[in-house]
Design a protein around this ligand. Structure first.
Ligand SMILES: [Zn+2]
Length: 348
């Protein structure tokens, strides 16, 4: 379940009567509005919309939910696609009213803390990086959002992927980077549970020592490298699984309506990847460089041992997925991917 205040704020901004009223004729009935259900054939209205709660429900077919799930159903969209659709119509995260925004900074929403188990069971190390993530702030309105904007990534998607901003990130006492501002994110082991946090990673966004060669600012990890993956919304519920090298690439694909997961790097592949890939069309989407090619071969071999075939979704020469997003834009990237990779469903 996503507890993001960004998504809650977006939902609050959406007039659900207008949204649903575009496709369904609604008549007021007390506090609710009534109409013919758009999701099943009926002659007597059993489809109800409650604008106070921002919800709809059909007593005929049982379908119901909020503005996001309505958009998913009505337009056959994934969760990220519906978010984009609604965000384009009802404003970006940047326009969230300042009261909500500052409240969310003062009270960061809870982060995944791993499977439910007695508190005494948590290792000191795990408690440590959970604590560090908790020290982060919601991305919207922070320098983290400015940084992501330079990479054409919306704070909405980053937040939905549980990315946060930390003004002084301490991962390892490493002189050059110690205590600088960073975007931070959880690394999850989904085979241990949907929210099983196994490590945290930060990417420093203070660009002082940035060179062309290290455009991805140095990442510092708290917890074992390669223990978990970064997951964009709904990446694990598709018939395909796309594995990128790093969260920025995964978010870049998510921005194009293609949910993806990310390993920390091409070399650090968690042992549970094969389990996640089983029964899916698997695309390795690592960088088209030596590290990426080696990582792709390693992963292909691991998966082959488990009887799983994988494909290489290779970015254009000299580019990664974020370069593509920044240079070509979302729509061009969607068209190109839909044309060449019909197994990947994108919104056009
Ligand atoms: Zn219905």
């Amino acid at each position: 379940m996503n507890t993001s205040t960004d998504i809650a704020a977006l939902k609050n901004r959406i007039p659900i009567l207008s949204l649903i009223g575009q496709g369904v004729t609604l008549k007021q009935d007390g506090r609710e509005w009534l109409g013919l259900c758009p999701f099943h054939q009926e002659n007597t209205p059993s489809f109800r919309v409650n604008p106070d709660k921002g919800e709809f429900h059909c007593f005929g077919c049982g379908k119901g939910g909020d503005a996001i799930s309505y958009t998913q159903l009505a337009h056959n969209m994934t969760f990220p696609e519906a978010l984009h659709y609604l965000q384009e119509r009802w404003g970006s995260a940047a326009t969230i009213d300042t009261n909500t925004s500052s409240m969310s900074h003062a009270n960061p929403s809870p982060l995944p803390t791993g499977p439910q188990r007695p508190a005494t069971d948590a290792s000191p190390a795990q408690a440590d990086w959970t604590q560090r993530l908790r020290g982060g702030q919601e991305i919207a309105g922070t320098p983290g959002e400015d940084y992501l904007r330079t990479r054409s990534i919306s704070s909405l998607f980053a937040t939905a992927s549980r990315m946060r901003y930390h003004p002084r990130w301490f991962a390892k006492p490493e002189k050059r980077w110690y205590g600088r501002p960073a975007i931070i994110y959880p690394l999850i082991d989904p085979t241990r549970g949907k929210d099983a946090l196994v490590a945290a990673e930060g990417r420093y966004i203070d660009g002082k020592e940035k060179t062309d060669k290290t455009k991805y600012h140095k990442a510092q990890i708290a917890g074992p490298k390669g223990a978990g993956i970064f997951i964009t919304p709904e990446a694990l519920t598709q018939t395909f699984l796309i594995i990128t090298e790093g969260p920025i690439d995964a978010l870049s694909l998510a921005e194009c309506g293609i949910p993806a997961i990310a390993t920390c790097s091409a070399q650090n592949q968690p042992p549970f990847l094969a389990a996640l890939c089983r029964g899916k069309t698997v695309w390795t989407a690592f960088d088209p460089d030596t590290a990426g090619s080696n990582g792709t071969q390693t992963l292909a071999a691991t998966l082959a041992t488990a009887g799983i075939q994988s494909h290489y979704l290779r970015p254009p020469e000299g580019m990664d997925w974020n370069d593509c997003l920044c240079v070509y834009g979302r729509r061009a990237m969607q068209s190109a991917l839909a044309e060449h990779f019909p197994n990947i469903r994108v919104i056009m």
